[in-house]
Design a protein around this ligand. Sequence first.
Ligand SMILES: NC(=O)c1ccc[n+]([C@@H]2O[C@H](COP(=O)([O-])OP(=O)(O)OC[C@H]3O[C@@H](n4cnc5c(N)ncnc54)[C@H](O)[C@@H]3O)[C@@H](O)[C@H]2O)c1
Length: 288
Amino acid sequence: MLAPFAPGHVGIITGAASGIGLATALRLAGMGMKLVLVDINEDKLAKAEEAVAAAAGDHGANVLPVILSVDDPDGFSALAHDVEARWEAPTFLMNNAAMFVHGGAGGILDSLQTWRRIFDINLFGIIHGVQAFLPGMLASGKRSMIVNTGSKQGLTNPPGNPAYNSVKAAVNSYTQNLAHDLRNREEGLVSAHLLVPGWTTTGDQSPQPGAWSADQVADYMLTHLAHEDFYIICPDNETSSEMDKKRVLWQALDLIENRPALSRWHPDHKDAFAQFMVKDLADLLPRK
Ligand SMILES: NC(=O)c1ccc[n+]([C@@H]2O[C@H](COP(=O)([O-])OP(=O)(O)OC[C@H]3O[C@@H](n4cnc5c(N)ncnc54)[C@H](O)[C@@H]3O)[C@@H](O)[C@H]2O)c1
């Protein structure tokens, strides 16, 4: 078992009442970890607490449900003090909570209030988690991991939801910087990782054939953390890893070949993109 996930070690998961956060909490409870479940949805959090306690088989002694909105930095600091006083610093922090603004409402002209709110929750929510818990994680001397949940929308930028795409791109950038900072101190004792789920059935949705389940995402993440991967980019039942890599490569080539922004969706480049996608990835990459 990977050191951060040892029995008795502490894990903090935000957005833990549902979906990918809950699926991860259930896996870690099964490994004997103590878990802090952070969420804003009281009803779902109460149900999640029951399910996680059942998975742990300990009648809830090692599960701490916390109602906290991740855009509250003071609440996060207080939580870090509580957790360290009650148990100890976490060896696993998963900054996973996010809000989604459905595209089409205003798009690029969504209200400033909407833009600020999505950055407060989806980006600052992550920064708050790191600022509150990282000092204790570094001081603990234990091998620890931080996972931030991004999105393919932050990597390849499909049009339709500019606020969500922009904030997830910022999560990607922030997490790269975090990983770089951490590997240059304390001998890499704490590492950072970017989880990028594919299309995943979560929340109150009914399962869709093209989507993965939250359990599949949690298992994929844990497998790739065991390999110490930074980028954990999940496929789904419609999009293979090879397709993801080609889309990311096309996006990077926009810049190198001076094509228009988001050329994948530009009528002049549509056919070229379609032809690119049917080529073998090996033929598109520089020869080693
Ligand atoms: N489901 C997908 O297809 C998909 C794809 C890519 C990325 N993601 C990302 O995965 C992560 C988890 O989402 P999910 O799909 O499991 O959704 P979900 O709705 O099942 O779970 C999200 C949880 O976050 C909580 N939450 C929302 N705002 C919060 C706040 N301010 N403070 C604390 N908790 C808050 C919600 O109450 C909910 O329980 C998110 O970062 C999301 O952007 C999801």
